[in-house]
Design a binder for this molecule. Structure first.
Ligand code: DLZ
Length: 210
């Protein structure tokens, strides 16, 4: 019998005018790699251009909220064309940025087609959506609970504060086997693919809701 669990039938959205960032932790690298690959696959399948997918890494999941926040706040548009550019290369514009600057929507289809507004594109044109990926595996101490709690709340805060969708790609699993299964490493479904689709759907709907 088919499972009731899951995101329902996949909606098709055109991601061809979106810019998406993936920020991932390095802890549990093998599982992370499979999840990032899944997210990239579904972004590309949804039409997101390869040059509009920016990937960055941080040591562990606990660093994700800060990295996502800085990524959204400080990365100049020029740097985003370098998919491997380090966060540290981003000019720190935070001190001079107003909230209005930070929440300026990414270029719309109209502006990309050369409307008069395109010449006024903001310096820090942000991302349509960002996917935060981490894998927390429960150990013997309370580390797991603290990191899971802090990271979840941090990611929610960033997306609401900045008005940019942050897709929750944080696996909180009880053992390595559960992580491998959810990353599709046993040949089953890779949750990273769902996250890529969620980023495209939210990126598109965000333009409509603006
Ligand atoms: C310290 C730690 C532990 C015990 N476990 C994980 C984990 O399973 N997954 C993960 O992404 N990160 C883990 N970390 C590292 C923390 O997230 C963080 O990088 C460090 O505490 C440094 O701030």
């Amino acid at each position: 019998m088919a499972s009731l669990k899951g995101p329902g039938e996949a909606q098709i959205h055109d991601g061809s005018n979106l810019r998406i960032a993936i920020v991932h932790a390095r802890w549990n690298t093998e599982i992370i790699s499979a999840l990032v690959a899944g997210a990239r696959r579904s972004l590309l399948a949804s039409g997101v251009k390869v040059e509009n997918i920016v990937v960055e890494d941080v040591p562990g999941s606990y660093e994700l909220p800060f990295a996502v926040q800085r990524f959204l706040m400080t990365l100049p548009i020029e740097s985003s064309s370098n998919p491997t550019g380090p966060i540290s290369a981003a000019t720190d514009l935070l001190s001079s940025a107003s909230l209005a600057d930070l929440t300026t929507p990414e270029p719309t289809a109209a502006s990309q087609q050369g409307s008069s507004k395109s010449s006024e594109a903001p310096l820090k044109a942000s991302f349509s959506a960002i996917i935060a990926i981490g894998v927390l595996i429960k150990g013997e101490t309370m580390h797991f609970e603290y990191i899971a709690d802090a990271t979840s709340h941090g990611l929610m805060k960033v997306q609401l504060d900045l008005g940019v969708p942050v897709v929750f790609g944080l696996l909180t699993v009880l053992n390595e086997e559960q992580g491998r299964a959810r990353a599709g490493m046993d040949g089953k479904h890779c949750h990273g693919e769902d996250w890529g689709r969620a980023a495209v759907e939210l990126g598109v709907k965000r333009q409509v809701w603006a």
